[in-house]
Design a protein around this ligand. Structure first.
Ligand code: PEP
Ligand code: MN
Length: 352
């Protein structure tokens, strides 16, 4: 048995990029042993993942190996020195995972979508301090995601981590699940002490965009990556299109640019740039306030002269002029359009 990685310590101080890898599903002792042995040889993977109970969209597919797989997981995890984690969706799963000494649990996107299920899990886990990783719910609902943290935290669980796995969306292409990066960023803004792991496998759904997506997650300061890895991905019983071999995982990790979280020189520079941004934002706010005041005056004139609030010709020409002007100075067309639509809406509201 090798020295094992301390998950709780990492959660308290998540400075180093955490890599979690392993198969989508535990399929057999041999498959898990082959995969985990190769993953441990990379010396980069700190936690072994593997699904024991699989939430499948339709019945009669492979629904997970069940309880038997927990004993393989524990044995192989100890052998390879990588603590292990699995998905739990019901109190029964949680009790079994605890019984077999699984080191950490994750709650899947479908389960997080249902507050009753999350509460049942929180009740079942009360009194333990096992680390819990909470995936984002299927729908892009930040409150529901935060609600799951609140439920577990109310049960006394102190070691909680978020997993960003993207959101179901008919316009997700080229992704399987739309990453909507602004949501984990907002989660972080509201709860800076919760580390965030990016599950690039479920975001991408295929192998060819994994590298680019991993780099993007790193550029956006993710605390870690979860990647599905299988010794023979094409034979995998679940998520075969998105799993990669441990060798491919190695080359992916070797090619990532990992940023330093702390750098004094960079901090000085960033502070200076941020203070310039702050004063530009102040100016923007003042200008917006002045603009709104003029809008209100226009509203009074329109009322006095019995004119409609919405003057479509004027609005169309404002929008197209601004988009053209914006383009000429390097601003994105959609940005200018979105901003002026909001400003115009506010202006209309003030005049009604
Ligand atoms: C998984 O990690 O294999 C899984 C089923 O994830 P999700 O809940 O994100 O779909
Ligand atoms: Mn999967």
């Amino acid at each position: 048995m090798r020295d094992s990685f301390d998950i709780k310590q990492w959660i308290e101080n998540p400075d180093e990029l955490l890599v979690i890898a392993g198969p989508c599903s535990v399929e057999s002792r041999e498959q898990l042993l082959n995969t985990a042995t190769k993953l441990s040889e990379l010396h980069r993977v700190k936690i072994l993942r593997g699904g024991i109970w699989k939430p499948r969209t339709r019945p009669n597919g492979f629904e997970g190996i069940g309880e038997e797989g927990l004993s393989w997981m524990k044995e192989i995890s100890e052998e390879t020195g990588m603590p292990c984690m699995t998905e739990v969706a019901t109190p029964e799963h949680a009790e079994l995972a605890l019984k077999y000494g699984i080191d950490a649990l994750w709650i899947g996107a479908r389960t997080v979508a249902n507050p009753f299920s999350v509460q049942h899990l929180a009740d079942a886990l009360r009194g333990t301090d096992i680390p819990i990783f909470i995936k984002n719910p299927i729908a892009a609902d930040l409150k529901l995601w935060i609600g799951a943290f609140e439920r577990l935290s109310s049960s006394g669980l102190r070691h909680l981590v978020a997993i960003h796995r993207g959101f179901q969306d008919t316009n997700a292409a080229p992704f399987r699940n739309n990453p909507r990066w602004e949501l984990p960023i907002e989660l972080h803004r509201q709860n800076a002490d919760i580390p965030i792991i990016t599950d690039i496998s479920h975001i991408c759904g295929c192998r060819d965009i994994l590298q680019k997506t991993a780099q993007k997650a790193l550029d956006l300061a993710t605390n870690g990556l979860m990647i599905e890895s299988h010794c023979e991905p094409e034979k995998a019983l679940t998520d075969a299109e998105q799993q990669i071999t441990p060798d491919d995982l190695k080359s992916m990790l070797d090619n990532l640019i990992i940023h330093k979280s702390k750098s004094t020189n960079a901090n000085v520079l960033l502070q200076e740039l941020r203070s310039r941004i702050d004063s530009i934002d102040d100016e923007l706010l003042n200008l917006l306030a002045q603009r709104s005041e003029i809008s209100s005056k226009i509203g009074i004139v329109k009322k006095e002269h019995n004119l409609t609030v919405l003057q479509l010709d004027r609005w169309n020409s404002i929008l197209s002029n601004h988009i053209e002007k914006g383009k000429a100075i390097g601003l994105n067309e959609n940005l200018v359009k979105d901003i002026f639509e909001l400003i115009h809406k506010d202006s209309i509201d003030r005049q009604l």
